[in-house]
Design a protein around this ligand. Structure first.
Ligand SMILES: *Cc1c(COP(=O)(O)O)cnc(C)c1O
Length: 230
């Protein structure tokens, strides 16, 4: 079995190859390691291998694990966030990928402001209208995006999506294309480029396709840590 360090090195090579295929600079693709269900000692192995950005999908689990890990890690929330859990986020997360309603954007804005902190925020869009229960309808993306822009403690940075699971990575391609098109439409309306530069899309099974379609953040769990038990 390969070590976590070897898995990360191999991923970086695959990211570079996928980027080259699409004439992209691999430095514009952030490897976000998703550490849900993974115990802290294994997360530390990834960190020792030089990994800086980690993602969790549940607030409760993050509250248990993050305080046990060294400072200097950049933490991202990638899973669905209930509004009543937003109060825990300022102490935990630097990025939230799963803003899927205006009231959630407002609540996060208030909570980060109260703590004197800022957070980078992405609108999660359910581009297919099926599969994942989470993420907003594409028609609502602009409204949520502008709500984030209005919150001084939040920095709008882009969009996120999670296509329905499939064995064939090519099935994800149209979903990734749709997210990019939504981003380009918003950019065409004159919102700042910096507020739309991130496309968080692609997981262990389909990240190469995502990089070809313009992903700037890929969220990878299994390909780093192996199959999850939970
Ligand atoms: C678990 C998870 C991932 C990583 O999935 P893998 O297939 O293990 O790479 C990415 N994004 C979200 C939102 C997740 O919940």
């Amino acid at each position: 079995m390969q070590t976590i360090k070897e898995n990360i090195e191999q991923l970086k090579e695959k990211i570079a190859a996928a980027a080259a295929k699409a004439d992209r600079n691999p430095e514009n693709v952030l490897l976000l390691v998703v550490s849900k269900t993974i115990p802290t000692d294994r997360i530390e192995l990834a960190r020792d291998a030089g990994q800086t950005d980690f993602g969790e999908n549940r607030v409760q689990e993050a509250r248990e694990k993050i305080p046990k890990l060294p400072e200097g890690i950049t933490w991202h929330l990638v899973g669905h966030l209930q509004r009543n859990k937003a109060k825990y986020c300022p102490a935990l997360f630097d990025w939230i990928h799963s803003v899927d309603s205006v009231p959630l954007a407002r609540e996060l804005g208030k909570r980060y402001k109260d703590k004197g902190k800022t957070c980078r925020a992405l609108v999660q869009v359910n581009v297919s209208g099926e599969g994942s229960k989470f993420g907003c309808h594409p028609d609502l993306a602009e409204e949520i995006f502008t709500a984030i822009l209005e919150e001084n403690s939040l920095e709008a940075v882009g969009l996120m999506t999670m296509p329905p699971y499939s064995y064939d990575p090519e099935d994800s391609r149209p979903h990734f294309e749709s997210l990019r098109n939504i981003r380009d439409e918003l950019a065409g309306k004159g919102y700042g480029q910096d507020n739309l530069k991130e496309l968080s899309m692609g997981m262990s099974g389909d990240f190469e396709v995502a990089v070809e379609e313009g992903a700037t953040i890929i969220r990878i769990g299994t390909a780093v840590f192996g199959e999850r038990n939970g």
